[in-house]
Write a protein that binds this ligand. Structure first.
Ligand code: PMV
Length: 309
């Protein structure tokens, strides 16, 4: 049996969320990581076979790897000894592109391993375990990625607080546009931290500005004021440029989608490359925005949330 987990899109609040401000994220259910187990011979131990990377990881050989950290935590949670099994893993989520690939792959591994051990863990347990694995890769993650991926529903997230499900009465049509440039979350987050330590008042001001936009966006989404949501995305994008996580390609893609009629656009996730997310006024506009990106030579992904589904 196969166990899957979605990618994710941060709609508002990335980076500021690391400093205690709220953020809004939605799952990217069309792009998923999947994992399945097979029993192996006695004494083989647990092998995690990351098939896309051509890597076979073991708990002894790679104890610091995110998948080993996640697997160890599952064994401890379930109270089971290391099984003789292979966890196979594949993912359709582009990696290092701000789409939650590392949280999704860890989540799929956890679920497949727990099932192999004869149990099913709650989304909260999985999220907490994946958070431990995310720390290995990203240093000081806020916890938003593991939360939205493990719960697979739109969330209003503040670090250290239980996530709150988030409802938009209107269907919101999104398009992601991929710059094709990969970037490391750990490095981007560390860069922001360094600049913030050098100029704490300025950066705390930027984070507070972002946090205020996130709160406004929630109200606008709940009131169905999508034009206003789009404007807030544009402002959030500029604030992310101010804290130094932008990239000229991200601005280029944002301009393409705005010209194609998007209500607003911003970088999503760590920045420094990766994806922009654009809000379209409806399904026809979503198609037009996607077409503009693909005609300009970029990969685009469509998703939607809200509206009672
Ligand atoms: O890994 P990404 O690109 O999804 O970025 C995570 C979002 C940040 O706010 C930049 C970091 C965090 O831990 O919240």
């Amino acid at each position: 049996m196969e166990f899957t987990a979605p990618g994710k899109v941060i709609l508002f609040g990335e980076h500021a969320v690391v400093y205690g401000h709220p953020a809004i994220a939605v799952p990217l259910s069309g792009l998923r990581a999947r994992a399945w187990t097979e029993p192996t011979r006695d004494g083989a131990g647990l092998v995690i076979h990351a098939r896309d990377l051509g890597q076979r990881l073991t708990l002894d050989g790679d104890p610091e790897h995110q998948f080993s950290v996640a697997a160890q935590a599952v064994l401890a949670r379930v109270g089971a000894p290391e099984p003789n099994a292979t966890v196979n893993l594949e993912s359709a989520i582009p990696s290092a592109a701000g789409m939650g690939s590392s949280a999704a792959t860890s989540t799929a591994v956890c679920r497949a391993l727990a099932a192999h051990l004869g149990t099913k863990m709650s989304a909260t347990d999985v999220s907490n375990i994946v958070f431990q694995a995310e720390r290995v890769v990203h240093g000081t993650p806020s916890g938003i990625d593991n939360t939205v991926v493990a719960h697979e529903e739109p969330v209003w997230f503040t670090s250290g607080e239980p996530p709150r499900p988030f409802r938009s009465p209107d269907r919101c049509f999104l398009v992601l546009g991929d710059t094709g440039i990969t970037a490391s979350t750990g490095e981007l987050v560390a860069g922001v931290r360094k600049r913030r330590n050098a100029e704490p008042r300025l950066y705390d001001g930027y984070f507070a500005e972002i946090g205020a936009r996130v709160s406004d966006a929630r109200k606008a989404l709940e009131a169905g004021e999508l034009k206003r949501v789009g404007k807030l995305m544009d402002t959030n994008h500029e604030l992310l440029n101010n804290i130094g996580v932008g990239h000229p390609k991200l601005d280029e893609l944002a301009a393409i989608v705005r010209d194609a009629g998007a209500l607003g656009a911003k970088l999503t996730g760590k920045g420094g490359g990766g994806n922009i997310v654009a809000l379209a006024a409806g399904v026809d506009s979503q198609t037009a925005v996607t077409q503009a990106l693909t005609e300009a030579g970029y990969t685009a992904y469509e998703t939607a949330f809200g509206g009672g589904t």
